[in-house]
Design a protein. Structure first.
Length: 255
């Protein structure tokens, strides 16, 4: 439902299944009733890991690839790789719409309306939602095809995350990753796939092939042993492997 014209809202019942009315102006009131969503797989992350569940590591980028995904089996061996392309097209469409908004201000700024250029702003909003839904669905379908029961997303320090987003720009593929994360979480839950967030510290400093330290050179990661791999793929594999190792350490410490 389109809530752009929403002015006020009132929750009639508190709690998990609250019923909400929204006043959308000329279109009248709309009723929103939350629906309980069933999960097809109620196993915990610990249970899945114990049963040898495959893990998909996801690395968001600010390039033409919104995300680079890598699935590992229970022995941390690579199974499959997925590049979610479209970042350059998204950036281009955003800039095109923003240019139209800026050019039209001369004719609309004095209009006696709540939001001049509304049609362009609506296109901009729908563009963000379209790509966020598309990328989150691509990641989820990739996981289903490769039987991955856990998706691991990188978690960063708050200050580092804020600065990275600021530098990337509001209309960048990386900035859209916040919305992609949110869409991915509820879609994955409906499919019985767990989404975990894990600190990404160290995942970009070591080779996912041999474990040796190395350095980034443009889009490549080159380790001391001479292995060369796409640095985003290297990060996604290391993130998935780090997730597996964290559960192995927990189970080992309790035994």
């Amino acid at each position: 439902m389109d809530l752009d014209g929403m002015r006020t809202y009132r929750t009639l019942f508190s709690g998990k299944f609250g019923v909400t009315f929204t006043d959308s102006g000329s279109r009248g009131k709309m009723l929103h009733v939350p629906v309980k969503q069933k999960n097809s797989d109620a196993r915990t992350a610990k249970e899945r890991m114990k049963e040898g569940c495959r893990v998909c590591g996801v690395r968001f980028t600010n390039t033409d690839s919104f995300a680079v995904c890598s699935v590992l089996d229970e022995r941390s061996r690579p199974v499959s790789v997925k590049n979610c392309h479209g970042g350059n097209a998204y950036r281009y469409h955003c800039k095109t719409l923003l240019k139209k908004i800026e050019a039209s201000k001369v004719f609309t700024d004095k209009d006696n309306v709540d939001q001049p250029n509304k049609k362009y702003y609506m296109r901009y909003k729908h563009l963000n939602e379209h790509y966020a839904h598309q990328v989150s669905r691509e990641i989820l379908d990739f996981c289903k095809e490769n039987q991955a029961g856990i998706i691991v997303l990188p978690e960063y320090d708050e200050d580092f995350y804020r600065m990275t987003m600021y530098r990337s720009g509001n209309d960048s593929p990386l900035h859209l990753s916040t919305k992609i994360r949110n869409y991915l979480k509820y879609k994955a839950w409906a499919e019985g796939i767990l989404v975990l967030e894990l600190r990404a510290d160290g995942t970009e400093k070591y080779c996912s092939i041999c474990g040796s330290p190395g350095k980034k050179q443009s889009k490549l990661f080159i380790c001391q042993n001479g292995h060369q791999i796409n640095r985003f793929l290297n990060g996604s594999r290391n993130l998935a492997c780090k997730c597996q190792q964290s559960f192995q350490k927990r189970s080992g410490s309790k035994s």
